[in-house]
Design a protein around this ligand. Structure first.
Ligand code: ASP
Ligand code: MG
Length: 427
């Protein structure tokens, strides 16, 4: 039809699909061949695939991100963030080149691009850069010529041309940013699990794969410890309403579709009926910090404490401020910095190590009474004490001793009927 869209669309408009493959999906020749089949499968359906890859393998494998980081650490105590980004970006670039060769072997015309070449422009926050703009003209030109472009995940470039990275796990963010900018029909996140699960299957053997889930729920789950997808990726896709499918590279099962709540097939969220909880998540290795500041001094104490913590780059959570006592949790690995900052503010904190944060997440809990009562019942039954809590309209989180983590997650999963076909939730 001589249309401007080139390949991939009958009427000329390209129907773009972003297919992102995690490190384990591209770690061996056999797995890369499977990836090539998935990419050509999409092309055969008339879609224009844009492939995003993570660095190959896991820590210990030669070109995995953790390996590159420990390479630098093993030689010098410090690597500046700018150079660390330059180094870390190589893992994904290597992966993109190898993947292009694999696709060519499978008869596809393919081309590799760094994140910057694909048009991802970021600010200067090395190691945690934020995307400020997408300049996808160059990428689009090559897509229109019928090429499969393989983009190195996890990275962008600044306006001045420096290479940046998007924070650990940032290849998902790359996929979502491309999906949103290119108006993709779908973003597929291929991984080594079956999809978004109701709990971590290492703790809960009968955890179930959710068939459909809302963006807001998955974003909360990711923030509250679920590892399956980067929360920023969900938020970016949500902002443009591009659906995400999380699925396994190694099976043909459909995985989990992430869409807006209205389309999530959950009429009970508006009626208040149906199960309030969708999943149980957890974050291990956190520490409770409690600072007694004595008499109320009009807010001066918390001002100093939280300001010094912020300057030390310590992120706080489960915050509870009342006159005389300020308490919160920090990652256990950041406890030394937190102690130093509080010391600087003139206080001696009391801390409790070996804690974990367990959370129940579900958009069905909005305004529904009895969710907390069930959380308390489950944890009581499991013999796990609650040290502190926090909540939002779709989450309830409890701080518990680390020793009770597995029992707590299992009990909550059971209490809210999340396992198997017989649970109240039918997707
Ligand atoms: N390779 C990067 C990391 O390990 C990015 C990613 O895999 O998403 O954090
Ligand atoms: Mg990941």
């Amino acid at each position: 039809m001589g249309s401007v869209g080139g390949l991939g669309g009958v009427g000329g408009r390209m129907r773009i699909i972003v297919q992102k493959f995690g490190g384990t999906s591209v770690s061996t020749a056999e797995r890369r061949a499977r990836v090539a089949d998935l990419v050509s499968g999409a092309a055969k359906q008339g879609l224009t695939p844009v492939v995003v890859v993570s660095a190959m393998g896991r820590g210990g494998d030669p070109y995995a991100t953790d390996t590159l980081v420990s390479l630098a650490r093993g030689v010098h105590a410090e690597t500046a963030p700018r150079e660390l980004d330059l180094l870390m970006s190589c893992g994904e670039i290597i992966s993109a080149v190898i993947m292009v060769n694999t696709l060519r072997e499978h008869g596809l015309e393919a081309m590799a691009m760094t994140g910057g070449q694909a048009g991802i422009v970021t600010d200067l926050a090395f190691t945690q850069a934020n995307i400020v703009r997408m300049d996808t003209d160059h990428l689009l030109r090559h897509l229109r010529e019928g090429k499969v472009v393989v983009v190195a995940g996890f990275q962008g470039r600044t306006d001045s041309g420096d290479i940046t990275t998007l924070g650990r796990g940032g290849s998902d963010t790359t996929a979502a940013a491309l999906g949103a900018a290119l108006d993709a029909e779908l973003i597929e996140i291929f991984t080594d699990v079956e999809g978004v699960l109701t709990a971590d299957p290492r703790l809960v053997p009968d955890a179930r794969t959710l068939s459909v889930v809302g963006y807001d729920e998955v974003a909360q789950m990711a923030h509250l410890g679920a590892k399956v997808i980067h929360p920023a990726a969900v938020e970016i896709a949500m902002s443009k309403g591009v659906p995400i499918r999380v699925r396994s590279t190694f099976s043909d099962s459909p995985g989990t579709l992430i869409v807006g709540s209205a389309g999530a097939g959950k009429p009970w969220t508006s009626t208040g009926l149906g199960p309030p909880v969708t999943a149980v998540t957890h974050i291990p290795a956190v520490s409770l910090v409690r600072v007694e500041v004595g008499e109320d001094d009009g807010g001066e104490a918390e001002l100093r404490i939280f300001d010094l913590l912020a300057r030390a780059g310590v992120s706080v959570d489960l915050i509870n401020v009342s006159p005389g006592v300020k308490s919160f949790i920090v990652k256990t690995e950041e406890l030394p910095q937190a102690r130093a900052a509080i010391g600087q503010a003139g206080y001696a904190p009391v801390t409790r190590d070996n804690c974990a944060k367990v959370s129940v997440v579900g958009s069905g809990m909005r305004g529904v009474p009895g969710v907390m009562a069930n959380v308390v019942k489950a944890l009581k039954r499991a013999g796990v004490p609650i040290l502190q809590t926090s909540d939002s309209h779709v989450t309830i989180s409890c701080l518990i001793p680390m020793e009770g983590l597995e029992r707590a997650v299992r009990a909550l999963h059971e209490q809210f009927g999340l396992a198997g076909e017989d649970g109240p939730r039918k997707d």
